[in-house]
Design a binder for this molecule. Structure first.
Ligand SMILES: O=C(O)CCC(=O)C(=O)O
Length: 254
């Protein structure tokens, strides 16, 4: 599968493009079954101390809710298979014009009430070695809409950093023009591809159920080759570094 020339032109102009029904209902149901089983958590993997897990406060009560497995491939073979699926990789390679390498993948559950993400660009300014060809394929697992906090992307900002402050990852909403916003309202199996510099954000999930998405990110082979393992080693070291001294012995990765 490769991107049509008109979709490629849209991606180059806007920094994102949406494709409908790339995966079938049965394929998405397989991913749901696999990731639902992980939530049963019989081996106590879901923990604030597991570097694989991220939490987010409830937008009203502040209660911390489990939200993301990052990465997920080693614990979810069907997810891993999707990250290698030629339908996705073919699309990405037609953007790159060369082979693509998996850089990272995360499965976002976004449970009811989860706060949402402030405006950001995925490529962090000042992170030496982070590939500039980074882009993300968002595979919709549940229907997504403004009500359940779908991802919102802003067009035409993907050629440069919005901020040149090294430690400023989350950005004020005023840095983008709201008239350039698109709500990624997707159905299960739809896919959105967005550039690593495309600013995006999301609102809280105000519905009463999860809004799951699988975020799969790649880099061009000529931009550092296969660096997934090195990336996660670096990422985990940074995450450990942010923990207070008394928590260091509690942190694990499983
Ligand atoms: O799923 C969402 O609500 C947005 C996720 C997001 O922006 C991210 O993971 O970079």
């Amino acid at each position: 599968m490769s991107l049509s020339s008109s979709d490629k032109a849209i991606f180059e102009r806007d920094g994102f493009v949406t494709l409908r029904s790339v995966f079938s209902a049965a394929e998405i149901a397989d991913l749901v079954a696999e990731t639902d089983a992980l939530l049963v958590d019989s081996d106590s993997r879901i923990s604030q101390f597991n570097l694989r897990c991220r939490y987010m406060p409830h937008w009203q009560s502040g209660e911390m809710l489990f939200e993301v497995f990052d990465p997920i491939n080693e614990i979810a073979p069907r997810c891993e298979q999707m990250t290698r699926d030629r339908r996705i990789v073919g699309l990405i390679e037609s953007i790159y014009g060369e082979p693509a390498c998996l850089f990272k993948e995360k499965f976002i559950f976004k449970p009811a009430g989860a706060t949402g993400y402030k405006l950001h660009q995925d490529i962090p300014f000042g992170w030496v070695g982070f590939p500039r060809t980074f882009l993300t394929v968002l595979v919709a697992i549940d229907p997504s809409s403004p009500e359940n906090g779908c991802t919102e992307v802003f067009s035409g900002y993907h050629r440069s950093f919005l901020s040149n402050e090294p430690e400023t990852y989350m950005l004020p909403d005023e840095m983008v023009d709201n008239s350039r916003r698109t709500f990624l309202a997707l159905e299960p199996g739809d896919v959105a591809i967005f550039h690593g510099l495309t600013p995006h954000r999301s609102e809280p999930n105000r519905s009463d159920r999860m809004r799951r998405s699988f975020y799969i990110s790649y880099n061009a082979a000529s931009d550092g080759g296969d660096q997934r393992a090195a990336h996660y080693a670096d990422f985990h070291q940074r995450m450990r570094g942010r923990r207070p001294a008394e928590e260091q012995s509690l942190v694990f990765f499983r």
